[in-house]
Design a protein around this ligand. Sequence first.
Ligand code: PA5
Length: 426
Amino acid sequence: MDVDIGNALGTTPGVTTGVLDRLDDRVADAHETITDGMANDAFGYAALNLPETADPDAIRSAVDRYDDPEAVLTVGIGGSALGAATLANALDSEVDAYFLDNVDPDQARRLLAELPLSETVVNVVSNSGTTAETLANFLVVREAMDRADVDWTDRTFVTTGGEGNLRRLAEKHDLPALDVPAGVPGRFSVLSTVGLAVAALQGHDVEAILRGGADGRENLSGSLYDSPAYAYGAVSYALARRGATTNAMMPYAESLETFAEWFAQLWAESLGKDGVGQTPVRALGATDQHSQLQLYRAGPREKLVTLLRPRERADVSIPETDLEGLSYLGGSSLGELLDAEFEATEASLAAAERPNVRIEIDRVDERSLGELLYGMEAACVLYGELDGVETFTQPAVEWGKKAARGLLGGGEFEEAEAVSDKRELV
Ligand code: PA5
């Protein structure tokens, strides 16, 4: 993964080399904190050890019992779905991957009507084992399988941490269970059982994903000038402090659209605390050149645009045509056109002195994805250290989870009482 921060210099808001040189001393200190945390497998930092600690053989043997499934359905939400979805939507497979995260009845009905239930493996994922959306969706899926005369106990495994309700359910029905490793928060769990079980079921090279992560780990050093991940984290932080409070993640590859969603969760849930943070926005090149780019180039100066692309891709040539005005396209390719769009966007933002950063990966394959995902996690952890926030907690998210459970009678929570009080006022 290469990160080019040149277009964040001399822009408004922007950074100077002097700013970066001064920041680099703080990056060195933050790196020490991060490596100490990793050495102790401390909460959160343990995620940065996953390329070494994840056990691909254990993951593969847990899913190998399912012979030739047509589809895999992941029931999970947030960090328990987005990592697996990022890999599944980036890489081709003959096994279709579906995700049931939201509790929208229309969506659940449509999905269950579409799924070949007798040929589907169900993966229920909840680190806490108590998330209402996930457990409710699973009960709905289970009933649909019963109705279709499919033995759901034969086709379901769970991925969970601790001793929550999901663990008890697995024990009661003797379901295979994968453990979420201790100290790994949901949004940092893609390189663990949480993200990799679906990848294994889809026949992807799990070792290569972890090898990419290991390459990212190797590249961490005490200077932002030597570590692409830290360069990204440090520059994003410095820009946010100077007014770039929005970060538009814009991959130029449809297959990376879900990556932008994963990144948005990572950035928002980890860094949005104590009145600071950088709001992630999901965009897609070249599609959003025809919508959001207008705002990025000419709207308020509170944005960083992150342009991401693979250096290589399988290409499609554009047929020759003698139609007047179109002949310039013939003999070229869709990939060349997409690259031209990428470079045009980058240059147009730079010409308007709008900060942007270029991230390039070799290609959309297992190794490069592992490196990219690891790199963004490390960037996020560094940003959190520089900003002095608790990167690995999510109190606002937990507030909503408790309130929803309490409102449905799932426990006594003061958060639910606050909502009830508000309801009475309306
Ligand atoms: O990153 C996080 O901690 C959250 O987004 C969780 O992944 C999400 O709330 C789901 O939680 P759980 O895995 O406990 O069901």
